[in-house]
Design a binder for this molecule. Structure first.
Ligand SMILES: Nc1ncnc2c1ncn2[C@@H]1O[C@H](COP(=O)(O)OP(=O)(O)OP(=O)(O)O)[C@@H](O)[C@H]1O
Length: 335
């Protein structure tokens, strides 16, 4: 269903420097109905690979096929058609904040010019499928992270795609919510036969849901095979590290009472700029962010709390403060 043949991608950089090789000779063949994982460290080339599949990037060399269609040869108009066959879900959900849950799921159908009656019927069925029937009139800001991702999934399925591309879809969620979203994806795959291509940096996600996995490093696939086989006999050092990470996570399940909370405060002027960095830092470390207080006056301040495993929360807070050029104050709120 998804094929990459000898795909390489180089990004030109400023004069004088070598181009960046993001992908190098990648061969992947995802079968119809399969749940296939791509795992790799930051910079391994995962996002670039996903952008090849949906045609947002063209390979420097090599071929990309989705359901037999040569994505690398399509023009913009043909790509828009081809993308209707590809649903996509994201780490930060990418919902429309001014639209309700219903409006978010209806959006791609409205864009596709589907008649109103049919939109009604489809959105109802999709919300039922993801367990959000009761929240149709809520706005994204009123939903939990897991519910937001359920909206993302319903929206991605609206045009009845053949493949679902998942870009770090559970990386911003706590372990329990992650498990329920993966369960939902598994059920959808079982019930509809949709093919799932899932990008992650967490081996626990791969183990929970994928049948096969490709391990990427430095733009190349360094290992590819059945998930169980790779867990039992990792051949590459990078793979062994990922497997080890999962075993450690399993041995040290975070306890609810082993959590801490740190608060950070910054000026209302700076928060727009700072929040995305903080969100990224927190998400990659499994730390949750809550808005504690905010005063939207000219000289007001916004306070957020970071919650999670103590050493990780501290690490995120310290790294964020060190990297931020703005004034940030911090303190511990206890457990
Ligand atoms: N548009 C671009 N221009 C120049 N270099 C790029 C571009 N996009 C990606 N790269 C580079 O290509 C390499 C692979 O990046 P990519 O984002 O695909 O990795 P990744 O595995 O998805 O990492 P992450 O998990 O951090 O997103 C990196 O060295 C990155 O800096």
């Amino acid at each position: 269903m998804i094929q990459l043949k000898e795909v390489s991608k180089q990004f030109p950089v400023k004069r004088g420097n070598q181009p960046v090789t993001a992908l190098s000779g990648v061969n992947i063949d995802v079968q119809q109905g399969e749940i296939f994982g791509i795992i790799g460290r930051s910079g391994a080339g995962k996002s670039t690979l996903l952008r090849m599949v949906n045609g947002l990037e063209k390979p420097t060399s090599g071929e990309v096929y989705v359901d037999g269609q040569a994505i690398h040869h399509l023009n913009e108009k043909e790509l828009r058609q081809a993308r209707l066959q590809m649903g996509m879900i994201f780490q930060h959900f990418n919902l429309l904040w001014s639209r309700t849950v219903w409006g978010n799921v209806a959006f791609p159908l409205e864009v596709a010019g589907i008649p109103k009656d049919e939109i009604e019927e489809r959105v109802k069925r999709l919300l039922d499928r993801v367990g959000l029937k009761e929240r149709a009139t809520a706005y994204p800001s009123q939903l939990s992270g897991g519910q937001k991702q359920r909206v993302g999934i319903a929206r991605a399925l609206a045009n009845d795609p053949k493949v679902l591309l998942c870009d770090e879809a559970t990386s911003a969620l706590d372990p329990e919510t992650t498990a329920s979203i993966l369960q939902l994806l598994r059920e959808i795959n079982r019930d509809t036969g949709i093919t799932l291509l899932l990008i992650t940096h967490e081996m626990s996600v791969v183990r929970a849901i994928c049948q096969r996995v490709a391990v990427m490093d430095g733009g190349s696939v360094i290992e590819l095979g059945e998930v169980e086989e790779i867990f039992q006999r990792p051949r590459h050092e990078v793979t062994a590290q990922f497997v080890k990470q999962t075993l450690l996570e399993g041995a040290e399940q975070p306890q609810a009472d082993a959590e801490t909370s740190v608060w950070l405060q910054f000026s209302v002027d700076d928060w727009r700029e700072l929040l995305p960095h903080l969100q990224k830092e927190a998400a990659t470390n499994g730390v949750r962010i809550h808005l504690v207080a905010g005063e939207l006056t000219v000289d007001g301040a916004v306070t957020v709390s970071l919650e999670g495993e103590p050493s990780t929360v501290e690490k995120v807070a310290i790294r964020f403060r060190e990297r931020s050029e703005k004034e940030v104050t911090a303190g511990v709120s206890g457990s």
